[in-house]
Design a protein around this ligand. Structure first.
Ligand code: SAM
Length: 311
């Protein structure tokens, strides 16, 4: 049974939850929650469900001198839902160099600023990382008001291994640049997390199949919203699904890492070339040998070709 012990003094209000073996202490420190000047607050906002806003986020958004937002229209809508009226300036990919300097100047003059992204945690797949770096380089205090993050929400729902993961965000660049990136990831044993827009989903799934081969995948869409859905399938199953229906909403893709069960595999000490040659010696055509080696390793054919060409 949990014992709740409330200690209240003017400096510190702490709630201790006592459990047989583990003790968790939550501190509601008025001192820590005070808004101070010369500080950038990274404020996480909901990824689709307004109720996910935290009490501290509301307090910080209400009390800072100004808010820097990726999309001011989105943020003004959020603030209006929360009943907050505040000066909001835009800070996004195409004005971040100039606006970063402007925000820094105001912070240096003693103001406090909350940085918010369109949804979720600032600095995760958005220009926030640049302003955090700028502040760190200029001795401006940066603190976080944590909350939703689409990547972590999806990972926790994926039913795939969560012990090690690699966050890739959006695959960037041309098709061949994306392909190269996926090929580089093909031997990665950690679970891989990708963000993708619905209009690019089909192409991305096909590229994943080509470069990573058959794997388990969780397509997490519209997280925390009314139509939240987690589709746990295989990469080929996902390709088939979206050949038959149109992707809708926002997606996080959580992909199984390359096969772990190589410890006992006959090819575990072979290089990729030796692995392919092994099948060739058994009488397979080169193409078939490449396919078999790719299948053994749980990777796409193209990453095997690449190894053969590069080395
Ligand atoms: N900073 C944000 C975070 O903490 O996750 C991510 C910003 S990134 C620009 C936006 C991408 O996150 C979307 O394109 C989508 O891939 C993913 N995303 C955001 N909200 C989501 C939701 N409710 N369901 C699924 N994916 C979501």
């Amino acid at each position: 049974m949990k014992m709740v012990n409330l200690m209240n003094d003017t400096e510190n209000l702490s709630l201790q939850l006592e459990e047989p073996e583990k003790e968790t202490e939550y501190t509601f420190s008025e001192e820590k929650n005070k808004i101070v000047g010369k500080t950038l607050y990274l404020v996480a906002t909901p990824i689709g469900n307004l109720s996910d806003i935290s009490q501290r986020a509301v307090k910080v958004l209400s009390e800072v001198d100004f808010i820097a937002a990726e999309d001011t229209r989105n943020t003004l809508r959020l603030l209006s839902c929360l009943g907050i009226s505040k000066s909001v300036i835009s800070y996004y990919e195409y004005n971040k160099a100039q606006k970063g300097e402007y925000i820094l100047r105001r912070l240096k003059e003693g103001e406090s600023c909350a940085l918010v992204t369109d949804a979720g945690t600032p600095a995760i797949s958005d220009p926030g990382e640049d302003i955090v770096r700028l502040c760190a380089e200029n001795d401006i205090n940066v603190t976080a008001v944590p909350g939703c993050c689409a990547a972590i929400t999806a990972l926790s729902l994926s039913a795939l291994s969560t012990s090690r993961f690699l966050f890739e965000g959006f695959l960037k660049g041309t098709k061949s640049e994306k392909k190269k990136r996926l090929e580089d990831l093909s031997l990665e044993r950690s679970t891989i997390i990708l963000y993708e827009a619905p209009h690019r989903l089909k192409d991305t799934l096909e590229l994943i199949y080509e470069c990573l081969g058959e794997r388990k995948i969780a397509l997490c869409r519209e997280l925390t919203k009314l139509n939240e859905q987690v589709i746990r399938t295989t990469v080929s199953g996902a390709v088939k699904l979206y050949n038959e229906s149109e992707p809708r909403g926002e997606y996080v893709l959580v992909i199984d890492g390359a096969a772990e069960n190589i410890k006992d595999a006959f090819w575990k000490d072979m290089s990729i070339r030796e692995h392919v040659d092994y099948y060739v010696r058994l009488g397979y055509e080169k193409m078939a040998a490449i396919k078999l080696a790719a299948k053994d390793r749980g990777v796409g054919k193209s990453s095997i070709y690449k190894e053969l060409i590069d080395k």
